[in-house]
Design a binder for this molecule. Structure first.
Ligand SMILES: *[C@@H]1O[C@H](CO)[C@@H](O)[C@H](O)[C@H]1NC(C)=O
Ligand SMILES: *[C@@H]1O[C@H](CO)[C@@H](O)[C@H](O)[C@H]1NC(C)=O
Ligand SMILES: *[C@@H]1O[C@H](CO)[C@@H](O)[C@H](O)[C@H]1NC(C)=O
Ligand SMILES: *[C@@H]1O[C@H](CO)[C@@H](O)[C@H](O)[C@H]1NC(C)=O
Ligand SMILES: *[C@@H]1O[C@H](CO)[C@@H](O)[C@H](O)[C@H]1NC(C)=O
Ligand SMILES: *[C@@H]1O[C@H](CO)[C@@H](O)[C@H](O)[C@H]1NC(C)=O
Ligand SMILES: *[C@@H]1O[C@H](CO)[C@@H](O)[C@H](O)[C@H]1NC(C)=O
Ligand SMILES: *[C@@H]1O[C@H](CO)[C@@H](O)[C@H](O)[C@H]1NC(C)=O
Ligand SMILES: *[C@@H]1O[C@H](CO)[C@@H](O)[C@H](O)[C@H]1NC(C)=O
Ligand SMILES: [Cu+2]
Length: 543
């Protein structure tokens, strides 16, 4: 199962992967501006083939997809194939000015999507006793809706230096649900048969929030995340960060009736959209039901424990067919601080950020400044002066990263930089992400392109390099491409740099990425011909 996410727009497409013979699938994605009505008014949004959410692609493990992207919309666009490793072929990964220049209006780009060992529905055939074959599978995509134009929201907060305007609604499969005005007729409905089991493939495509999700009276068995199996565990709610996927089983084992499914944010500060999106689970058959479905009680908006506890339950399956292969000897140890920052207010500029500054965000105190041409293009063609290769392995100095009292203001301003870190082919990388409470402490769902990684540890407070590694899980850590670094805490990941190319790493809260919480790795070619990057396609978008 894979997700394709368009940066700064809030729709996406799914494709599913199951076992079978590898083949090439060809699709056409026509990007255009389309009128949609939500919350009692009309608005133009960017769509693929006029659909919202976009089309679902069903393909097999190891297949290749060629998507002819034709941009008939009014904005520059790139498409990122989130979680697809694209072995040796970073050219189609998608992030603007990292691997490619945007596909400009009126132009096209044939993106080749190379699937390898990602498994989505492979678990569908799992033989272990916990995974009864589900009777049906249902994608549930959590999304978000602004009444105003999303590009205006983006341009607005970039211009005024503050937080983005909060959204007007959340969506389940493109629909807000009937707790919002004008939304009842189109509410998403899942009809279930009593006694059957449903595989729900959940994607959080919300821009800036971890979401809590629940269905009244029902429990879930979580069986996968980010295209990998997890050891099954049971919960009555889901906590899912932007960019992650959670696969879970829903058993229709309650009194035949209709029940609300509902989602809303987990929010540390009180500045998020706190509305609730709903859809309906309806049992088939002839029965009498209350006129209104039962609404579940979601975890409290600020229930950090419920969010953190859920993340900590994720474990690799680690079975004979799905062995765990955690690298034990580390070649590159990185300690990356994740911070919200501010620039001082220039004269006459609007400054809506904390304490009269303009918000930025950083990794190791470097706020990423996008280059004018793509880093991949510059690397491949040896064009100098586009990026630096000095991304530091640790922050400039130590302080109490997670202290509660305000961190001094002279720490707040980051350095500008367009820096990458170069990795030798096949070297083992460990990154400890340390959240800081600079300006405002918050969680960060960190996402790496081109790889999945093992999440070997996490904890609260400041990482202790002597003590904490002793508690690493090297037995069955989850294999993710997006993981939440908790507020006032740290998370450690490991991966083997066996995919040559230029790969972006960033926070999946869109506002943090926009503020510069990103960096890139360049993974060098290895020795054999199958360890080298493939050449670029002839139609790479021009800058
Ligand atoms: C939305 O647009 C459609 C057709 O473009 C029109 O029929 C409808 O009245 C509009 N609705 C609102 C609420 O403006
Ligand atoms: C954002 O919110 C402010 C204050 O409510 C409003 O003035 C502005 O028009 C909004 N911007 C957009 C793009 O909706
Ligand atoms: C939800 O947000 C609104 C305004 O944004 C605020 O008035 C209300 O108190 C919030 N509710 C909760 C439960 O935080
Ligand atoms: C549903 O059940 C009610 C009461 O048992 C019965 O009157 C009605 O005819 C049934 N409807 C259908 C469509 O079977
Ligand atoms: C969550 O918010 C409620 C009030 O809205 C407050 O009483 C409670 O202490 C908060 N909990 C945490 C863990 O901050
Ligand atoms: C860091 O700050 C935390 C929270 O304020 C505090 O509990 C801890 O003692 C501090 N650590 C050090 C080494 O000062
Ligand atoms: C970040 O770098 C700037 C410029 O060198 C410095 O003033 C600031 O104190 C640094 N902050 C942190 C937290 O490293
Ligand atoms: C970093 O970039 C910002 C905005 O582009 C600029 O205002 C600031 O002066 C730059 N800082 C440094 C240290 O160059
Ligand atoms: C679109 O992309 C081109 C090529 O990189 C760039 O020159 C142009 O400024 C971009 N337009 C916008 C509105 O960002
Ligand atoms: Cu972040």
């Amino acid at each position: 199962m894979k997700i394709l996410l368009l940066h700064f727009t809030f729709f996406l497409f799914l494709c599913y992967i199951s076992t079978g013979d590898a083949m090439v699938h060809r699709y056409k994605f026509v990007l255009k501006d389309t009128q949609y009505t939500r919350l009692c008014s009309n608005k133009s949004i960017l769509t693929v083939n006029g659909q919202f959410p976009g089309p679902t692609l069903y393909v097999n493990e190891g297949d290749t997809i060629v998507v002819d992207v034709i941009n008939r919309a009014s904005e520059n666009v790139t498409i990122h194939w989130h979680g697809v490793k694209q072995p040796r072929y970073p050219w189609s990964d998608g992030p603007a000015y990292i691997t490619q220049c945007p596909i400009q209006p009126g132009t096209r780009f044939s993106q080749k999507i190379v699937l390898s060992d990602e498994v989505g529905t492979l678990w569908w055939h799992a033989h272990s006793d916990w995974s009864r074959k589900p009777d049906a599978e249902v994608p549930i995509i959590l999304g978000e809706w602004w009444k105003s134009d999303i590009m205006a929201v983006l341009n607005g907060f970039v211009a005024d230096g503050g937080d983005p305007n909060i959204s007007d609604a959340f969506l389940i499969n493109g629909q807000p649900g009937d707790l919002y005005p004008c939304s009842r007729p189109d509410t998403f409905k899942l009809t279930v048969d009593y006694g059957k089991t449903y595989l729900i493939r959940m994607v959080n495509a919300v821009m800036n929030n971890i979401m809590f999700f629940r269905i009244a009276n029902h429990k879930f068995t979580i069986v996968g995340s980010d295209g990998s199996y997890t050891k099954p565990f049971t919960r009555d709610y889901i906590s899912i960060p932007p960019g992650q996927t959670i696969d879970f089983l829903l058993e229709a084992n309650q009194q035949p009736s209709h029940y609300y499914m509902a989602a809303r944010v987990y929010a540390i500060a009180g500045t998020s959209d706190n509305t609730t999106t709903t859809a309906i689970v309806e049992y088939s058959g002839n029965y009498s039901a209350p006129s209104s479905p039962l609404l579940p009680t979601l975890p409290a908006l600020n229930d950090t424990a419920s969010s953190t506890n859920f993340v900590e339950q994720l474990r690799s399956l680690g079975s004979k067919d799905h062995p765990v292969d955690v690298p034990l000897n580390v070649d590159n140890k990185f300690f990356f601080t994740l911070s919200i920052n501010t620039f001082q207010c220039p004269p006459d500029a609007p400054c809506q950020g904390a304490q009269g500054g303009r918000f930025r965000a950083s990794v190791n105190n470097i706020t990423f400044v996008p280059p004018r041409i793509a880093i991949l293009q510059a690397y491949y063609n040896r064009i100098r002066g586009v990026y630096g290769d000095d991304f530091p392995s640790k922050p400039p100095f130590r302080f109490n990263y997670t202290q509660e009292k305000m961190i001094p203001r002279d720490y707040w301003t980051p350095q500008n930089g367009t820096e990458v870190r170069v990795l030798e082919y096949n070297s083992v990388v460990e990154i400890v992400f340390q959240g800081t409470n600079l300006v405002a402490g918050i969680y960060h769902p960190m996402h790496l392109h081109g790889y999945s990684f093992y999440v070997v540890g996490s904890g609260s407070g400041n990482f202790d390099k002597d003590r904490d590694p002793l508690n690493y899980n090297l037995v069955d850590p989850p294999f993710q491409n997006t993981i939440v670094v908790p507020v006032s805490g740290w998370t450690a990941i490991r991966f083997k740099a066996n995919n040559p190319g230029v790969w972006l790493m960033h926070c999946h809260l869109e506002r943090h990425t926009t503020w510069g919480m990103e960096m890139a790795f360049i993974v060098k070619n290895g020795k054999g011909s199958d360890a080298k990057m493939l050449p670029p396609p002839p139609d790479m978008p021009r800058c």
